[in-house]
Design a binder for this molecule. Structure first.
Ligand code: HEC
Length: 143
């Protein structure tokens, strides 16, 4: 039992040397979703607190994102989130992409799949209420 514990602690220490690189690539404010689509104040607030951490270049990296193995997992979520669509590079979205985004986002929001549940667990107040879902979906369908 004690050996297993010591082994576990050692593994935890050793994996801290596998660093991940966090990036918040620079982006022009005028290319941002909010600058381009000018959503209502309430929508902006929801997007910024519940979506921008993973779907934009303005990620606020929490302290535990420095600790392996959480770091690997968080980095992966942000990379994947940005790869699907990036609110900071909204000028690259053509009509077809916006349409697809709206369809998928409506679905994800209704199902409670976005923001990702592990994220809402760690970030108080980011899980969408029914009322916030309505606000977001009304805005999405106006895009
Ligand atoms: C913790 C990170 C995180 C947060 C916060 C987050 N997302 Fe995502 N999102 C992801 C990841 C990772 C993917 C890609 C993998 C997947 O589909 O599960 C994704 C994919 C998506 C997709 C594309 C789904 C598809 O099938 O292509 C949509 C739409 C989306 N997110 C919308 C949102 C919206 C709207 C919010 C805020 C209400 C949000 N996300 C918040 C990480 C996040």
């Amino acid at each position: 039992m004690r050996r297993t514990l010591i082994f576990f602690v050692w593994v935890m220490v050793l994996i801290q040397f596998i660093r991940v690189e966090y990036t918040n690539p620079p982006s022009k404010p005028e290319n941002d979703l909010i600058a381009i689509t000018n959503p209502p104040e309430e929508v902006q607030k929801i997007l910024k607190s519940s979506c921008y951490h993973c779907h934009s270049n303005n990620t606020v990296w929490p302290w535990y994102s420095q600790i392996a193995p959480a770091s690997w997992w968080i980095k992966h979520h942000v990379d994947e989130g940005r790869r699907h669509f990036n609110f900071s590079e909204w000028h690259e979205m053509d009509a077809r992409h916006v349409e697809r985004f709206v369809e998928e986002a409506e679905y994800e929001v209704l199902e409670g799949d976005m923001p990702l549940p592990p994220f809402t667990l760690m970030h108080k107040g980011t899980k969408l209420t029914e009322q916030q879902k309505d606000v977001l979906i009304t805005w999405l369908s106006s895009l």
